[in-house]
Design a protein around this ligand. Structure first.
Ligand code: PEP
Length: 252
């Protein structure tokens, strides 16, 4: 099954609104000069989503948020709702990033609620999963990924999960400069797809599984050439137009 490669940039808590709009304009210019077959998105800080989405209008670049609350509105000071994310012009939302799990107490059960909200409002969810180095070295890789996948997707039908994107991001590779080898990435992605098969059946063949973890211009092409690697979620290297464009070019 042909899956369109999907390259998304996670800007995390970086860039001002002016810097974000300038970056998306530079990316749009780059993609106009050198079009890609890949789907491309950027996920700015929440406050910049509307401005970046406006600046991306007319380009092939979609915009996403980095998290969402599960309620549409109410007494939830400091939170962000899927209704507002859509209202700001975003199409995607990252859920369960390891930094959210590590610093803000995101659990599989909470990610499951966030996913429900994203799906209810038609946002394309990018659900992040990944193991720590201790878990991999302790032989727990498969168990950890299976728990994260089944926990996040619990209670949804395959039909509801049609737009789902999974980002496999080994925690030990995020922001460290250490990338999984292409063999590790392919092997783990194939395992993730096998778990997805158990959850959503045949739909697993069309779900995109991105790799994330120190993806750079010089390693993107090789990682993206693996049969079960359907794109990349990029942190640090998504903050500079030439680097991110080079990664997109690696997707063909
Ligand atoms: C990420 O945070 O999703 C990520 C993959 O970061 P980096 O590319 O910087 O490792």
């Amino acid at each position: 099954m042909a899956r369109q490669k999907f390259i998304a940039g996670n800007w995390k808590l970086n860039l001002t609104i002016a810097e974000g709009t300038a970056l998306v304009a530079a990316l749009a210019k780059g993609l106009a000069e050198k079009p890609t077959k890949a789907e491309v998105a950027v996920c700015p800080v929440a406050l910049a989503v509307a401005a970046v989405a406006a600046a991306a209008k007319g380009s092939p670049i979609g915009v996403g948020a980095q998290n969402t609350h599960w309620e549409d509105k109410g007494a939830f000071t400091g939170e962000l709702s899927p209704v507002l994310i859509k209202d700001a012009g975003a199409k995607y939302v990252i859920l369960g990033h390891s930094e959210r799990r590590q610093y803000y107490g995101d659990t599989d059960a909470l990610i499951n609620k966030r996913l429900g909200a994203a799906l209810k409002h038609g946002l394309v969810p990018i659900v992040c999963i990944g193991e720590t180095l201790a878990e991999r070295q302790g032989g727990k890789l498969e168990q950890v990924l299976k728990t994260q996948i089944t926990g996040a997707l619990a209670g949804f039908t395959a039909d509801q999960l049609k737009t789902l994107v999974i980002a496999y991001e080994p925690v030990w590779a995020i922001g460290t400069g250490v990338t999984a080898t292409t063999a590790q990435a392919q092997e783990t992605h194939a395992y993730v797809r096998s778990v997805l098969k158990g959850v959503v059946g045949g739909l697993a063949d069309s779900i995109r599984i991105q790799y994330g973890g120190s993806v750079k211009a010089d390693n993107a092409k090789e990682i993206l050439s693996q049969p079960d690697v359907d794109g990349a979620l990029v942190g640090g290297a998504a903050l500079k137009a030439p680097y991110f464009l080079a990664i997109i070019a690696g997707a063909g």
